[in-house]
Design a protein around this ligand. Structure first.
Ligand SMILES: [Zn+2]
Length: 149
């Protein structure tokens, strides 16, 4: 656990998402009327204007769509971790929805324990649910071993 990391906004719309990650479920907000998925969570469907939504459970699998290695100047907590990775994950259920996160070697691993030079677009990953900061479970991603997908 690292102090000083930026946390996502815990507003009324995002709170359910983190309630689900706390019980190790990755869910995406979907419109109750037209079924369109939306991320980040928000009150109104951008497709049909509906204010009704449900939270669809996802398999937690995905593929690395892109990634980067942040460079300084960084906030102190991040500077201490550099170099670390940031990945963008495409999910099979809703290809238009992508999650940002970190690739880790183990569920409670640090975000800088993998060499970013080894990351490849298209790699298969699976979500994991570490408690990144006390009381906050952020979804992170771990590689699927060969044959595990
Ligand atoms: Zn809609």
């Amino acid at each position: 656990m690292i102090e000083g990391l930026l946390l996502p906004g815990m507003d009324e719309d995002s709170e359910p998402f983190f309630g689900f990650t706390a019980v190790q479920e990755l869910r995406v907000q979907c419109c109750s009327d037209c079924s369109a998925a939306r991320m980040p969570p928000r009150p109104m469907c951008p497709h049909c204007g509906s204010l009704e939504s449900i939270w669809e459970l996802l398999s937690g699998s995905g593929t690395i769509w892109s990634y980067c290695v942040p460079h300084g100047p960084l906030l102190p907590a991040y500077s201490a971790l550099a170099p670390y990775n940031l990945i963008i994950v495409e999910i099979p259920e809703y290809p238009a929805i992508r999650f940002c996160g970190n690739l880790v070697a183990s569920p409670n691993g640090e975000i800088n324990e993998l060499d970013p030079a080894g990351i490849r677009i298209g790699e298969s990953v699976q979500v994991v649910f570490p408690e990144a900061v006390e009381g906050v479970v952020l979804p992170r991603w771990q590689r699927l071993e060969d044959g595990e997908s």
